[in-house]
Design a protein around this ligand. Structure first.
Ligand code: KG4
Ligand code: ZN
Length: 301
Protein backbone atom coordinates (compact mmCIF):
# COMPACT_ATOMS: atom_id res chain seq x y z
CA UNK A 1 0.00 0.00 0.00
CA UNK A 2 1.25 3.48 -0.91
CA UNK A 3 2.03 5.76 2.00
CA UNK A 4 -0.72 8.35 2.49
CA UNK A 5 0.54 11.95 2.47
CA UNK A 6 1.05 13.50 5.90
CA UNK A 7 0.82 17.29 6.06
CA UNK A 8 1.69 19.62 8.93
CA UNK A 9 -0.61 22.68 8.83
CA UNK A 10 0.23 25.90 10.69
CA UNK A 11 -2.07 28.88 11.31
CA UNK A 12 -1.15 32.23 12.94
CA UNK A 13 -2.99 34.84 10.84
CA UNK A 14 -4.78 36.52 13.75
CA UNK A 15 -5.26 35.51 17.39
CA UNK A 16 -5.20 31.71 17.24
CA UNK A 17 -1.94 29.78 17.30
CA UNK A 18 -2.72 26.45 15.68
CA UNK A 19 -1.06 23.33 14.26
CA UNK A 20 -2.55 20.18 12.82
CA UNK A 21 -1.53 16.93 11.18
CA UNK A 22 -3.72 15.93 8.24
CA UNK A 23 -3.74 12.77 6.13
CA UNK A 24 -6.15 10.61 4.12
CA UNK A 25 -7.92 7.33 4.80
CA UNK A 26 -7.79 4.32 2.43
CA UNK A 27 -10.67 5.81 0.42
CA UNK A 28 -8.78 9.08 -0.12
CA UNK A 29 -10.97 11.05 2.32
CA UNK A 30 -9.04 13.74 4.23
CA UNK A 31 -8.76 12.98 7.95
CA UNK A 32 -7.48 14.91 10.97
CA UNK A 33 -4.83 13.13 13.05
CA UNK A 34 -4.45 16.07 15.43
CA UNK A 35 -5.78 19.62 15.63
CA UNK A 36 -4.31 21.89 18.33
CA UNK A 37 -5.59 25.44 18.84
CA UNK A 38 -4.44 27.95 21.41
CA UNK A 39 -6.62 31.05 21.60
CA UNK A 40 -5.35 34.43 22.83
CA UNK A 41 -8.66 35.68 24.24
CA UNK A 42 -7.09 36.40 27.64
CA UNK A 43 -4.24 38.42 26.05
CA UNK A 44 -6.59 40.81 24.18
CA UNK A 45 -9.59 40.93 26.52
CA UNK A 46 -8.62 44.12 28.35
CA UNK A 47 -8.13 45.97 25.02
CA UNK A 48 -11.51 44.96 23.54
CA UNK A 49 -9.90 43.69 20.32
CA UNK A 50 -6.79 42.03 18.89
CA UNK A 51 -3.57 44.00 19.47
CA UNK A 52 -1.25 42.91 16.60
CA UNK A 53 2.09 43.16 18.46
CA UNK A 54 0.78 41.26 21.48
CA UNK A 55 -0.74 38.65 19.17
CA UNK A 56 2.56 38.17 17.32
CA UNK A 57 4.50 37.87 20.59
CA UNK A 58 2.04 35.29 21.86
CA UNK A 59 2.36 33.28 18.61
CA UNK A 60 6.15 33.35 19.02
CA UNK A 61 5.93 32.10 22.59
CA UNK A 62 3.66 29.18 21.72
CA UNK A 63 4.29 28.06 18.15
CA UNK A 64 6.96 25.45 18.86
CA UNK A 65 5.11 23.61 21.61
CA UNK A 66 1.82 23.78 19.66
CA UNK A 67 3.54 22.08 16.71
CA UNK A 68 5.16 19.57 19.07
CA UNK A 69 1.75 18.83 20.62
CA UNK A 70 0.18 18.36 17.17
CA UNK A 71 2.93 15.86 16.30
CA UNK A 72 2.63 14.03 19.65
CA UNK A 73 -1.16 13.72 19.42
CA UNK A 74 -0.99 12.44 15.85
CA UNK A 75 1.29 9.60 16.95
CA UNK A 76 3.58 10.41 14.01
CA UNK A 77 7.26 11.32 13.88
CA UNK A 78 8.89 14.33 12.23
CA UNK A 79 10.32 12.04 9.54
CA UNK A 80 6.79 10.94 8.55
CA UNK A 81 5.80 14.48 7.45
CA UNK A 82 5.67 14.95 3.67
CA UNK A 83 5.11 18.71 3.49
CA UNK A 84 4.59 21.78 5.68
CA UNK A 85 1.69 24.13 4.89
CA UNK A 86 1.44 27.53 6.60
CA UNK A 87 -0.97 30.44 6.26
CA UNK A 88 0.67 33.23 4.23
CA UNK A 89 -2.33 35.60 4.18
CA UNK A 90 -4.62 37.42 4.48
CA UNK A 91 -4.22 38.57 8.06
CA UNK A 92 -2.08 40.67 10.37
CA UNK A 93 1.37 40.76 8.83
CA UNK A 94 3.26 40.52 12.13
CA UNK A 95 1.18 37.47 13.05
CA UNK A 96 1.38 35.79 9.65
CA UNK A 97 5.16 36.19 9.69
CA UNK A 98 5.51 34.00 12.79
CA UNK A 99 3.76 30.89 11.39
CA UNK A 100 5.11 31.46 7.90
CA UNK A 101 8.74 31.72 9.05
CA UNK A 102 8.30 28.76 11.38
CA UNK A 103 6.77 26.68 8.58
CA UNK A 104 9.49 27.54 6.08
CA UNK A 105 12.26 26.83 8.59
CA UNK A 106 10.66 23.53 9.61
CA UNK A 107 10.23 22.41 5.99
CA UNK A 108 13.81 23.38 5.20
CA UNK A 109 15.12 21.48 8.22
CA UNK A 110 13.32 18.25 7.36
CA UNK A 111 14.05 18.74 3.63
CA UNK A 112 10.38 18.58 2.63
CA UNK A 113 8.32 20.92 0.40
CA UNK A 114 6.80 24.11 1.76
CA UNK A 115 3.24 25.17 0.82
CA UNK A 116 1.90 28.73 1.33
CA UNK A 117 -1.84 28.66 2.04
CA UNK A 118 -4.50 31.35 1.65
CA UNK A 119 -6.42 31.40 4.95
CA UNK A 120 -9.70 31.96 3.07
CA UNK A 121 -8.98 28.92 0.91
CA UNK A 122 -8.62 27.00 4.18
CA UNK A 123 -12.13 28.09 5.22
CA UNK A 124 -13.44 27.27 1.73
CA UNK A 125 -12.01 23.72 1.82
CA UNK A 126 -12.72 22.99 5.52
CA UNK A 127 -16.05 21.22 4.75
CA UNK A 128 -14.10 18.70 2.61
CA UNK A 129 -12.42 17.26 5.71
CA UNK A 130 -13.98 13.89 6.67
CA UNK A 131 -16.38 14.23 3.77
CA UNK A 132 -16.94 13.28 0.15
CA UNK A 133 -17.93 16.82 -0.84
CA UNK A 134 -16.88 17.40 -4.45
CA UNK A 135 -16.31 20.55 -6.50
CA UNK A 136 -18.07 22.72 -7.59
CA UNK A 137 -20.12 24.30 -4.80
CA UNK A 138 -21.56 27.61 -3.71
CA UNK A 139 -19.75 28.97 -0.72
CA UNK A 140 -20.76 31.58 1.85
CA UNK A 141 -17.77 32.75 3.90
CA UNK A 142 -18.84 34.54 7.08
CA UNK A 143 -15.90 35.35 9.34
CA UNK A 144 -14.35 38.25 11.26
CA UNK A 145 -12.83 39.74 8.10
CA UNK A 146 -15.12 38.55 5.29
CA UNK A 147 -18.76 38.22 4.24
CA UNK A 148 -18.52 36.80 0.74
CA UNK A 149 -20.47 34.59 -1.56
CA UNK A 150 -18.30 32.59 -3.98
CA UNK A 151 -18.45 29.85 -6.53
CA UNK A 152 -15.79 27.26 -5.62
CA UNK A 153 -15.07 25.64 -8.98
CA UNK A 154 -11.96 23.70 -7.94
CA UNK A 155 -8.71 24.11 -6.00
CA UNK A 156 -7.47 27.66 -6.66
CA UNK A 157 -10.47 28.43 -8.88
CA UNK A 158 -12.87 30.84 -7.17
CA UNK A 159 -15.37 33.33 -8.53
CA UNK A 160 -16.75 35.97 -6.21
CA UNK A 161 -20.50 36.38 -6.68
CA UNK A 162 -21.11 38.96 -3.98
CA UNK A 163 -19.44 40.65 -1.03
CA UNK A 164 -20.28 43.14 1.68
CA UNK A 165 -18.90 46.63 1.11
CA UNK A 166 -19.27 47.29 4.83
CA UNK A 167 -17.93 45.48 7.86
CA UNK A 168 -17.77 41.70 7.70
CA UNK A 169 -20.44 39.83 9.66
CA UNK A 170 -18.10 38.75 12.47
CA UNK A 171 -16.75 42.28 12.79
CA UNK A 172 -20.32 43.59 13.03
CA UNK A 173 -20.96 41.12 15.86
CA UNK A 174 -17.77 42.19 17.62
CA UNK A 175 -18.38 45.94 17.20
CA UNK A 176 -21.98 45.64 18.38
CA UNK A 177 -20.77 43.72 21.42
CA UNK A 178 -18.22 46.44 22.16
CA UNK A 179 -20.88 49.17 21.89
CA UNK A 180 -23.06 47.22 24.31
CA UNK A 181 -20.16 46.76 26.73
CA UNK A 182 -20.03 42.98 26.18
CA UNK A 183 -16.63 41.41 26.77
CA UNK A 184 -14.33 40.52 23.80
CA UNK A 185 -14.82 38.35 21.74
CA UNK A 186 -18.43 39.40 21.48
CA UNK A 187 -19.83 37.21 18.67
CA UNK A 188 -20.53 34.04 20.68
CA UNK A 189 -21.89 36.08 23.64
CA UNK A 190 -24.30 38.03 21.40
CA UNK A 191 -25.58 34.68 20.15
CA UNK A 192 -26.62 33.84 23.71
CA UNK A 193 -28.32 37.23 24.30
CA UNK A 194 -30.01 37.16 20.86
CA UNK A 195 -31.77 33.97 21.84
CA UNK A 196 -33.85 36.07 24.26
CA UNK A 197 -34.56 38.86 21.71
CA UNK A 198 -37.46 39.66 19.40
CA UNK A 199 -36.59 38.69 15.79
CA UNK A 200 -39.48 40.82 14.42
CA UNK A 201 -38.31 44.06 16.06
CA UNK A 202 -36.47 45.49 13.03
CA UNK A 203 -37.04 45.05 9.31
CA UNK A 204 -33.61 44.74 7.68
CA UNK A 205 -32.85 45.13 3.94
CA UNK A 206 -32.33 41.92 1.90
CA UNK A 207 -29.56 42.10 -0.74
CA UNK A 208 -29.57 40.32 -4.15
CA UNK A 209 -32.84 38.52 -3.48
CA UNK A 210 -33.85 38.55 -7.12
CA UNK A 211 -30.70 36.98 -8.52
CA UNK A 212 -31.48 33.37 -9.27
CA UNK A 213 -29.02 32.27 -11.92
CA UNK A 214 -26.95 29.95 -9.74
CA UNK A 215 -26.50 26.42 -11.03
CA UNK A 216 -24.74 24.48 -8.25
CA UNK A 217 -26.79 22.34 -6.02
CA UNK A 218 -24.82 22.32 -3.02
CA UNK A 219 -24.48 25.31 -0.65
CA UNK A 220 -21.54 25.38 1.78
CA UNK A 221 -21.19 27.81 4.71
CA UNK A 222 -17.96 28.28 6.71
CA UNK A 223 -15.98 30.83 8.76
CA UNK A 224 -16.21 31.81 12.45
CA UNK A 225 -19.80 33.11 12.23
CA UNK A 226 -20.95 29.78 10.76
CA UNK A 227 -20.63 28.54 14.37
CA UNK A 228 -23.72 30.64 15.23
CA UNK A 229 -26.53 28.12 15.70
CA UNK A 230 -29.33 30.56 14.84
CA UNK A 231 -27.61 31.57 11.59
CA UNK A 232 -26.98 27.89 10.84
CA UNK A 233 -30.61 26.92 11.35
CA UNK A 234 -31.91 29.89 9.30
CA UNK A 235 -29.60 29.00 6.40
CA UNK A 236 -30.52 25.30 6.64
CA UNK A 237 -34.22 26.26 6.39
CA UNK A 238 -33.56 28.61 3.46
CA UNK A 239 -31.70 25.82 1.64
CA UNK A 240 -34.61 23.42 2.21
CA UNK A 241 -36.96 26.04 0.79
CA UNK A 242 -34.77 26.61 -2.28
CA UNK A 243 -33.87 22.92 -2.78
CA UNK A 244 -30.20 23.26 -1.96
CA UNK A 245 -28.18 20.75 0.01
CA UNK A 246 -26.59 22.70 2.89
CA UNK A 247 -23.19 21.75 4.28
CA UNK A 248 -21.46 23.25 7.33
CA UNK A 249 -18.15 22.16 8.82
CA UNK A 250 -18.44 20.93 12.43
CA UNK A 251 -18.49 23.89 14.89
CA UNK A 252 -14.84 23.30 15.92
CA UNK A 253 -13.72 23.77 12.29
CA UNK A 254 -15.72 27.00 11.70
CA UNK A 255 -13.36 29.33 13.57
CA UNK A 256 -9.68 29.63 12.75
CA UNK A 257 -7.79 26.34 12.94
CA UNK A 258 -4.81 24.64 11.32
CA UNK A 259 -6.69 21.54 10.09
CA UNK A 260 -8.19 23.64 7.29
CA UNK A 261 -4.71 24.92 6.41
CA UNK A 262 -3.39 21.34 6.37
CA UNK A 263 -6.42 20.39 4.22
CA UNK A 264 -5.56 23.04 1.60
CA UNK A 265 -1.92 21.90 1.89
CA UNK A 266 -2.93 18.28 1.25
CA UNK A 267 -4.77 19.18 -1.95
CA UNK A 268 -1.88 21.34 -3.17
CA UNK A 269 0.62 18.60 -2.24
CA UNK A 270 -1.22 16.10 -4.43
CA UNK A 271 -0.88 18.52 -7.36
CA UNK A 272 2.78 19.29 -6.58
CA UNK A 273 1.90 22.94 -5.91
CA UNK A 274 4.85 23.95 -3.75
CA UNK A 275 6.29 27.36 -2.88
CA UNK A 276 9.73 28.85 -2.47
CA UNK A 277 11.13 29.87 0.88
CA UNK A 278 10.97 33.55 -0.08
CA UNK A 279 7.16 33.45 -0.34
CA UNK A 280 5.94 36.70 1.32
CA UNK A 281 3.30 37.26 3.99
CA UNK A 282 0.31 38.82 2.21
CA UNK A 283 -1.94 40.96 4.46
CA UNK A 284 -4.46 41.25 1.60
CA UNK A 285 -5.04 38.14 -0.56
CA UNK A 286 -8.52 37.80 -2.10
CA UNK A 287 -9.73 34.35 -3.14
CA UNK A 288 -10.95 35.72 -6.47
CA UNK A 289 -7.99 37.86 -7.52
CA UNK A 290 -9.87 39.17 -10.57
CA UNK A 291 -12.79 40.60 -8.55
CA UNK A 292 -12.78 44.37 -7.95
CA UNK A 293 -11.85 45.60 -4.50
CA UNK A 294 -15.10 46.94 -3.01
CA UNK A 295 -15.43 48.92 0.20
CA UNK A 296 -18.19 51.22 1.42
CA UNK A 297 -17.46 54.84 2.28
CA UNK A 298 -17.81 54.22 6.01
CA UNK A 299 -15.20 51.46 6.23
CA UNK A 300 -11.74 52.45 7.43
CA UNK A 301 -8.97 50.31 5.94
O1 KG4 B 1 -13.09 32.64 10.97
P1 KG4 B 1 -12.72 33.35 12.23
O2 KG4 B 1 -12.33 32.52 13.42
O3 KG4 B 1 -11.58 34.38 11.98
C1 KG4 B 1 -11.47 35.12 10.80
O4 KG4 B 1 -10.94 34.56 9.79
O5 KG4 B 1 -11.95 36.28 10.81
O6 KG4 B 1 -13.99 34.26 12.62
C2 KG4 B 1 -13.96 35.04 13.79
C3 KG4 B 1 -15.26 35.82 13.89
C4 KG4 B 1 -15.27 36.83 15.05
O7 KG4 B 1 -15.75 38.06 14.56
C5 KG4 B 1 -16.24 36.19 16.04
O8 KG4 B 1 -16.93 37.13 16.84
C6 KG4 B 1 -17.19 35.48 15.11
O9 KG4 B 1 -16.37 34.92 14.11
N1 KG4 B 1 -17.93 34.42 15.81
C7 KG4 B 1 -19.27 34.43 15.98
C8 KG4 B 1 -19.58 33.26 16.71
N2 KG4 B 1 -18.42 32.57 16.96
C9 KG4 B 1 -17.42 33.30 16.39
N3 KG4 B 1 -20.21 35.31 15.58
C10 KG4 B 1 -21.48 35.03 15.90
N4 KG4 B 1 -21.86 33.94 16.61
C11 KG4 B 1 -20.96 33.04 17.04
N5 KG4 B 1 -21.33 31.96 17.73
ZN1 ZN C 1 -10.64 32.77 9.55
Amino acid sequence: MNKKPLILGIETSCDETAASIISENERGIPIILSNIISSQTEVHKEFGGVVPELAARSHLEKIDWIVQKALDESGKKIDDIDAVAATAGPGLVVCLSVGLSFGKTFANLIKKPFIAVNHLEGHALSPRINSELNYPYLFLLISGGHSQFLNVKGLGNYKRLGTTIDDALGEAFDKTAKLLGIEFPGGPKIEVFADRGNPEKYELPKPIINQNNLKEKIFVVAGGVAANKKIRSMLINLCKEKNYESIFPPIELCGDNAAMIGMAGLEKFKLNQFNDFDYPAKPRWPLDEKANFLKGAGVKL
